[in-house]
Design a protein around this ligand. Structure first.
Ligand code: GAP
Length: 439
């Protein structure tokens, strides 16, 4: 059998729209660049990924969760360096008005949009934070920002969380939430958006132990991506050298995924020293020292290992990796199948009465109701059975259960495996345990 991986993002974007995974935001008004909406299947996929990340963090005894506000005190962003440093150089084409990041194009050649040459404005700095205001009066005192990363919510709550949860270093705080960046050139579907979700964890460690701790987090995070079903040869490490190491870090490395547009960052693992805590100490005037009872009540600012993964980029990687076109060009045999790991798949099973007949529907509905208590499924009765299988293949449903006329006598159903398309007959009484075992 011939099988092709995803070749172009266009195919995935079309499938996502056709099947209810992800749509352009505000589409009926012509869309809004850099913003996307997750449809019914997309939101289930997202929940599964979020839950797996959340459990991988908070089931460890020394990691606790947090959900901090999106809009924080404006001083936070002065302390973090975002007001002065979260800047991209921007140029406009004077002819067609298209906007580019000056560091991403060659300013000596013609405009990639209209082809005119020598039309770029001088580069100017552009802060990527979205600005808003608090309260009814629009003045400089009311200016506020939508957070560009979730991490700062963790840093400013470090002391409170440590105290209330009686955590001892090393310990971590995990958070999932929206972040906003006014990207100059959003694109590649949900790879670079202006509103996206991050899953970040700050692990507070004793100064001096940070590089050893970072090594163990690297291993854990790599294995987490593999546990979701990503293929190892589609992942690679990309270390930050002295030229691109952030000012706050003494070591940093990215996990990259092989997207159709090329290798791209999915997760960053950073050793952030005590930069953030010391900045917040300085700007807030509050003492954020940790008292180490296990080390003679020594006082210090912990160092931080950060694991920061984009939820949307993880989802994009999972979808690109799962997408297969089988038997391309062979009319009857061609199929698109999303080979999601069953734990990630948005829909776990589909129940299909072979035909629209009351006896079959009665049995099928009863079985569907029983299974839905444990797993999310779909009930599909319309169209030919072949078409129904193809639809489930395309949304990545691992198992299809068909109720036919024999089922009325032998109380059994046919289970079809998404990947092999093999079918086996099992008793309806055993379906629940069969799925529990497989999923
Ligand atoms: N707290 C550290 C931090 O925010 P980052 O490398 O700027 O680090 C972390 O972002 C992750 O967030 C990235 O690896 C990526 O997965 C995701 N991310 C960043 N910008 C994004 C954007 N514009 N659209 C979608 N995801 C983005």
């Amino acid at each position: 059998m011939k099988e092709e991986n995803l070749k172009s993002m266009t195919d995935l974007v079309a499938m996502c729209k056709r099947r209810g995974f992800i749509f352009q935001s505000s589409e009926i008004y012509g869309g809004q660049g850099g913003f996307w909406d997750y449809g019914p299947l997309g939101v289930e996929l997202k929940m599964n990924v979020k839950n797996r990340w959340w459990r991988s963090m908070t089931l460890q005894k020394n990691i606790v969760g947090l959900d901090s506000a999106i809009i924080m005190h404006p001083e936070v962003w002065k302390a973090s360096g975002h007001i002065d440093g979260f800047i991209d150089p921007l140029v406009d084409c004077k002819t067609c008005k298209a906007r580019f990041r000056a560091d991403q194009i060659d300013l000596n050649v013609s405009c990639p949009n209209c082809g005119e040459s020598g039309t770029f404005t001088e580069p100017r700095d552009f802060n990527l934070m979205f600005k808003t205001q608090i309260g009814p009066v629009e003045d400089s005192a009311s200016a506020a920002y939508m957070r560009p990363e979730t991490a700062q919510g963790i840093f400013v709550n470090f002391n409170t969380v440590q105290g209330t949860m009686r955590q001892k270093v090393p310990f971590g705080i995990a958070q999932i939430g929206k972040a906003f960046r006014n990207e100059i050139t959003p694109g590649n579907f949900i790879f670079r958006q202006r509103e996206f979700e991050q899953m970040e964890m700050q692990y507070f460690v004793k100064p001096g132990s940070q590089l050893e701790e970072m090594e163990s987090w690297k291993e854990m995070r790599w294995n987490w991506h593999l546990s979701n079903g990503l293929r190892a040869d589609h992942l690679k490490w990309e270390p930050h050298g002295p030229d691109n190491l952030a000012h706050y870090a003494d070591a940093a490395i990215d996990i990259e995924f092989k997207f159709p547009h090329g290798w791209g960052e999915m997760e960053g693992i950073h050793s952030r020293t005590d930069f953030d805590l010391s900045q917040h100490e300085k700007f807030s005037g509050k003492n954020l020292n940790y008292v180490d009872q296990l080390d003679g009540n020594k006082k210090y600012l912990p160092y931080v290992i950060e694991t920061s993964v984009g939820l949307d980029r993880t989802i994009l990687a999972l979808m690109c990796d799962a997408y297969r076109l089988e038997n391309p060009g062979e009319k009857e045999k061609e199929r698109v199948v999303m080979k999601f790991h069953p734990k990630i798949a948005p829909i776990k099973f589909a129940v299909m009465p072979l035909m629209k007949k009351p006896q079959l529907e009665e049995l099928a509905s009863k079985m569907f109701g029983d299974l839905q208590e444990n797993f999310l499924g779909e009930y599909d009765v319309s169209g030919s059975i072949g078409k129904r299988y193809r639809r489930q293949d395309e949304i990545g449903t691992p198992y299809c259960l068909t109720v036919d006329f024999d089922s009325l006598d032998d109380h059994s159903v046919t289970v079809r495996d998404r990947d092999t398309m093999n079918q086996e007959r099992i008793s309806i009484d055993n379906v629940k345990s069969y799925l529990s075992q497989k999923l």
